[in-house]
Design a protein around this ligand. Sequence first.
Ligand SMILES: Cc1ncc(COP(=O)(O)O)c(C=O)c1O
Length: 370
Amino acid sequence: MSSYNFITESATGTETRINGKKYLYFAGTGYFQLNSHPEVIQAASEATLEFGIASATSRSISGTTPLLLEIEKSAAKFFDTEDAAYLPSGYLSNIAGLKALSDMDLYDVIFIDEGSHYCLTEGAMTVGKPIVSFKNRSLDDLRIKLEENLKPKQRPMIASDGMFPVWAKIAPLSDYLTLAEQYNGVIWIDDAHGVGILGENGKGSYEHAGLKSDRLYMGATLSKAFGAYGGIIPGKADFINRIKSGSVMTGSNAPMNAAVAAGIKGFELVKNNPMMREKLWENASYLKEGLKAIGIDTDDNSRPIVAFAPGDVANMTSIHQALMDEGIFIQFVKYRGSGSDGVLRIVVFSTHTRDQIDYLCHKLGSIELL
Ligand SMILES: Cc1ncc(COP(=O)(O)O)c(C=O)c1O
């Protein structure tokens, strides 16, 4: 399983051209297919024509464009926060966020879910405070680790993905928040996969869990549900000012104008079209019913990802290839949380039709290796 066995030769969507062939595509993270939405593409193109590729200087010098101000306003409006910071990537959002909270002296020790994304671990390492990892989504382990590692008056930062990318499990955020309150600490959520698709308004896993707290901080990406690119951190003005004056933002060029304009349009489309989210949830439930009917065990929820690991690498490679032979592309992926053999992973979009989902389930169900 090399990283670059598959070269994508078209925009990704329900149908995607890979290695010279068009596939029915159940992969990636373009949950609403906004990355190939005509209005998003038009916004990105117009921004490039008007402002060029990027301003070729950092924002703190003179690289801030009206588009950058606008996307931060859009994000603050979307998440209903005082302000927001837009960064070159979701990866960097996590590094910038953990550093800013450390500079604000809000925690002494970082407790990190061991299933969290690489960027959380790397962000934690840049801070220079003790790091303790706890078992994936395990409150019991977290409680023990808090007790064992915090000295009197020390405060924790509990850091975790909101929705874990491979298995689409959600972190027990409400319990994390309770524990953070108990120890006078904070929680940080990397909600790259949750924003846009979880919660009544798409604010992500904290909205899904019904949480609002001054102790809760988050960062996310616009490269998945929003069809764009770049990282976003919504929050209170003092925190956002820290992010904006921190090394990640002052030391980077202002992001590409096409990405910023795509993000503004992505926010607008997600905010104004809640039916996309409903359709996604509906499609996810429909997919899971179909997979259950052919004997694949799935969680009962409306999250748009199903991962399963039937057998060893050779068996999964054969299943993946058999589906490709039928014109269907799913993922055979090794990622944080997948285990060393990797998993087969199916992602459904709001734009898939029931016929397409039926076709996938029918073809998958007829593979004997399953
Ligand atoms: C959980 C998680 N966090 C962060 C990132 C990084 O986001 P970006 O691609 O915007 O750098 C990803 C992957 O894209 C991710 O899956």
